[in-house]
Each structure stands twice: as structure tokens, then as C-alpha cells.
Ligand binder design. Structure first.
Ligand code: RB5
Length: 161
């Protein structure tokens, strides 16, 4: 599987610690989209690189790391077709693949440490999307996305209280 990874200055250190695991243990074909150091950079550009690579079909999934993972996740979810999950625990790491079919995982480089990051990545890549009823929610997300990107109002159907 081809995977794009990118980070800002707050995520650089964690990236250097997980690269070997991604390539050697998970056997992923990893494309590194920067940044390559701890100089201050703007995280939205790095998130955009990874999301556009996914949109173009150049990679299957993406990993984004900033200090908290929050900024990266906010940016990534503004790209059509991107389902980015900010993950800070093992359960969510697995469930976001099984239920959300997330194609980007966002990690907080100054929040979780390399031991946890490796555990989350192992679970995220190791799980499979369950399909079934979860496709209904993904379809609703797509409807909302379509309307919002077209600049149209999303009409909420009758939903149970
Ligand atoms: C950079 O200082 C920091 O804002 C960034 O890494 C990220 O955590 C933003 O959400």
C-alpha cells in the first residue's frame, strides 16, 4: 500500500521515530511530503499535499502529524473525499477504520509519544472497513460534502429526536 506522510515542525520528531516501523514492519511504500526539520512551517500546506495526493490516486492513505494533530485534521477534512481522523487512543485507531473508513490519520507529535503512535498505526492499518450500515453514514457525509462544495444548502431530512 502507498502511503503519504507529512508533518509540520511539531510533528517532525515523531515522524523520524515511526518511519522505520512503517516501512520495515508494516511494509508500506511511504512517500515523505515533508517537512524535513524543526524549522517553523505552515501545517495547512503539508496537509494539502497529502490530501491532494490521495485525491489524485497517487497514494491510498495519509498520515499527518503536527503538535496536536488538530490543525492537520481541520485542514484535511476540508478536502473532498478525505475522511481524516484525529486519533489519540487505541480503540479509536481501530474503530475509525472499521466504521469511518478514514483515509487519513492525524497524530499529535507532542501529545502521544512514539510507543502510542506505533500502536495506533498498527491498529489503523490492521483493521478493515466493515461496510454494511456504516456505508449509510458515509453516504450522508458525501451528500453533505457535495452540497457544501457546490455552495448549496444541505437539506436535513426528518431525523429522530
Ligand atoms: C504549531 O505550533 C502548532 O500550532 C501545530 O503543530 C498544530 O498543533 C496545530 O494544530
Amino acid at each position: 500500500m502507498k502511503v503519504a506522510i507529512a508533518n509540520d515542525h511539531g510533528g517532525y520528531e515523531l515522524k523520524t521515530k515511526i518511519m522505520g516501523f512503517l516501512k520495515d514492519d508494516l511494509k508500506l511504500d511511504v512517500l515523505d511530503y515533508g517537512c524535513g526539520g524543526t524549522q517553523i512551517v505552515r501545517y495547512p500546506y503539508y496537509a494539502a499535499r497529502v490530501c491532494q495526493a490521495i485525491q489524485k490516486g497517487e497514494v491510498d492513505k495519509g498520515i499527518l502529524i503536527c503538535s496536536t494533530g488538530i490543525g492537520m485534521s481541520i485542514v484535511a477534512n476540508k478536502f473532498k473525499g478525505i475522511r481524516a481522523a484525529l486519533v489519540d487512543n487505541s480503540y479509536s485507531a481501530e474503530m475509525t477504520t472499521r466504521h469511518n473508513d478514514s483515509n487519513v490519520i492525524c497524530l499529535g507529535g507532542r501529545c502521544i509519544g512514539d510507543f502510542n503512535a506505533i500502536d495506533f498505526l498498527k491498529r489503523w492499518f490492521g483493521a478493515s472497513f466493515e461496510g454494511g450500515r456504516h456505508c449509510i453514514s458515509l453516504g450522508i457525509i458525501e451528500d453533505i460534502e457535495e452540497k457544501n462544495f457546490a455552495g448549496e444548502d444541505y437539506t436535513l431530512p426528518e431525523v429522530e429526536k
